[in-house]
Write a protein that binds this ligand. Structure first.
Ligand SMILES: Cc1ncc(COP(=O)(O)O)c(C=O)c1O
Length: 425
């Protein structure tokens, strides 16, 4: 039983609007691999958290953090081997030799802010294209171009939001879908140009996760990148969600789109819970920007963060987690499709690697948000943690630490099957 005392204290400190997961909130006290334990000693299978990317409290990462914290922690205005090694390893993981510069920050928001500044500096334009249900950060700058979460700030006049192709709902051919949506991009670029903003950048989370993990055709992303570049702008790939092997088939989400970004932004999984973020770009773009802006980040790139980042890369390599994400992810898709085949309300199963979505619908593909909420709460009662996303809040979101195994996939799929079976009567 969660004590009412901790809920009251939390509300006194953080207020009634500080978000909490589940109708019956959880008080977690410990984690290991893809498991967490609450204050009463109950064990939960974590199929939601992508920050403990290589597993909760991975001993190699904890050890590296402790060792560096007890040796030296400073900012980047001194020479330091640990951060240098990390930058070399990170840029070495990008598939293009042009993406050869790493700039360290502390969060995904900061990475996107920095990438936006670089794009505006390089293009001389202000206009930004985003998808029509996206989230890239919580700063004042990014609040003005957030289309996927509620916020009091009005949309900035230099932003145009793009309707993203949704193959599950589109009724014509893929070619028609892509052509239709690219015509909307042409309109958005024309509107930014006419308004005098021009186009500085498009920023996409390349697996369109906030959008509901849509199966967007690569031809669409390529068409957007081409149009933005023709207008003088740059392409930012936000890898905060798909990066570091989650997609199974590659280290980065953008690799499946056929577009090499000008700027790649990273965050959540980098430090396995320690706050680490980065922008990776070309030396030409980075040098042009830092030639005009004395860019400095007090905590970004400190040796403790870099040690955590290096340790996460060690684990990804040693435990072959990209391949593991592909094989277990394939099994996850099979099991989820098997569950979905039993229930009309499970309209679509999507995803790649260890990121999966199940869209819950009624007649005529009507979004079933109430059912999605009931399912995640009942799954929580069964000690399996998932969440939901999408514009209609009806898409189950399954995004576990990469160490999830096939036995855990079975626990998840069996619980989901019996939960939907009970609730969808
Ligand atoms: C796609 C994407 N970009 C950026 C961010 C912002 O990252 P942070 O919360 O580390 O600032 C998030 C956070 O949820 C995200 O999902």
């Amino acid at each position: 039983m969660i004590s009412s005392d901790i809920l009251e204290r939390r509300e006194r400190q953080f207020g009634p609007n500080a978000p909490l997961f589940y109708d019956r909130p959880l008080h977690m006290v410990r984690g290991s691999e893809c498991w967490m334990w609450d204050a009463d000693g109950n064990r939960y299978l974590d199929c939601y958290n992508n920050v403990p990317h290589v597993g909760h409290c991975h001993p190699h990462v904890v050890d590296a953090l402790c060792k560096q914290a007890s040796t030296l922690n400073i900012h980047t205005r001194y020479l330091n081997e640990v951060v240098l090694q990390y930058a070399e390893r990170l840029t070495g993981l990008l598939p293009s030799p042009q993406l050869d510069r790493a700039m360290f920050v502390c969060t995904g928001t900061e990475a996107n802010e920095l990438a936006l500044r670089i794009a505006r500096h390089a293009s001389g334009n202000r206009g930004v294209l985003v998808s029509d249900f996206s989230y890239h950060g919580n700063s004042s700058g990014f609040a003005e171009l957030t289309t996927g979460l509620p916020h009091p700030e009005p949309m900035a006049d230099f932003v145009r939001s793009l309707k993203i192709p949704d193959p599950y709902r589109w009724e014509g051919s893929e070619d028609e879908m892509v052509a239709h949506h690219l015509a909307l991009v042409d309109d958005a670029i024309e509107s930014l140009t006419e308004a005098g903003f021009g186009v500085a950048t498009v920023i996409f989370d390349t697996i369109f996760s906030t959008e509901g993990l849509l199966d967007v055709p690569p031809a669409y992303v390529q068409g957007v990148a081409q149009r933005v570049r023709d207008a003088g702008g740059l392409f930012i790939a936000d890898e905060v969600q798909p990066g570091f092997g989650r997609m199974g088939d590659a280290m980065w989400g953008f690799e499946s789109t056929g577009v090499t970004p000008d700027l790649v932004t990273m965050g959540k999984p980098m430090g396995n819970g320690h706050p680490v973020g980065a922008v990776v770009t070309s030396s030409a773009l980075a040098d042009a920007f830092t030639g005009d802006a004395l860019y400095f980040n007090t905590f970004g790139g400190n040796p403790v963060s870099a040690a955590a980042g290096n340790a996460v890369l060690d684990v990804i390599e040693r435990e072959d987690l990209v391949h593991h994400s592909a094989t277990v992810g394939q099994y996850l898709q099979e099991r989820l499709k098997d569950v979905a085949s039993k229930f009309n309300c499970a309209g679509d199963v999507r995803g790649r690697g260890l990121f999966a979505a199940v869209e819950l619908v009624g007649d005529g593909k009507q979004p079933e948000a109430r059912l999605a909420k009931a399912v995640i709460n009942e799954m929580r009662n069964r000690q399996i943690l998932i969440s939901k996303i999408g514009p209609a809040d009806n898409v189950l979101k399954i995004r576990p630490p990469l160490c999830l195994g096939t036995e855990e996939v079975d626990l998840l799929a069996d619980a989901l099957s019996s939960t939907i079976g009970t609730l969808a009567q």
